[in-house]
Design a protein around this ligand. Sequence first.
Ligand code: OOG
Ligand code: MG
Length: 255
Amino acid sequence: MTDISAIAEIVDRAAMTATEIPQFSDTAALSMDEAYAAQALSLQRRYARGEKRVGIKMGLTSRAKMMQVGVTDVIWGRLTDAMREEEGGTVSLSKYVHPRVEPEIAFLMKKPLSGKVSALEAMEAVAAIAPALEIIDSRYKAFKFDIGDVIADNSSSSGFVIGQWSDASTDIANLGMVLSINGEPREIGSSAAILGHPVRSLVAAARMVAAAGEELKAGDIVLAGGATAAIPMAAGQAVTLEVERLGTVAFNVGE
Ligand code: OOG
Ligand code: MG
């Protein structure tokens, strides 16, 4: 029998101390249900330490991301206030194991949303849209995992930076996205890479949180998922994402 609370403690401690751990799938793979149960329990430990839930992140919603990590199911994880990094600020590598950065779109919810919803219903629940950078940091050795591993590890959630909010009526179907390091474009993509349209990620988010007995709440942030492959972070990098129409979001990487 799989000890879900032991797994929750292992992934929570690994994230808290920025220490890498072996994959569970090396010994016994977790089912998706076991993995989501472990994720939920590991977040309970964070909440008990005073962290506040601020939303969720969707993962593996683009082909580029699926190819990069070799997992082909859409997944989700939870975001807390402790994961937020300041826009334009300096992110310290010391909090992370082997972080990567990826270009995303963020939704800010104005109404609760959960269950089976249409794209129109999903957009009606959105207050604003922003360019965002997600810092993902798998706690597993060599950033290698199977689907159960990554879900248990809160889908690699570890940091995020949100740019300026734009009106929810902004057309985000096919916006150019350029991720640059020190002024050099390194990953170039489109918001259309996110399930064909980022709103589909929000529709999936509503369905997936409902399956866990939860909902998206007013004020929640929802990250739609990386539009391109992620780039390993290193000290001295100036990371900038420019999203057509939505503007720029940036941070620097410190020691
Ligand atoms: C899993 C998390 C994926 C995304 O945007 O696709 C993710 C990982 O790549 O470590 O955040
Ligand atoms: Mg992501």
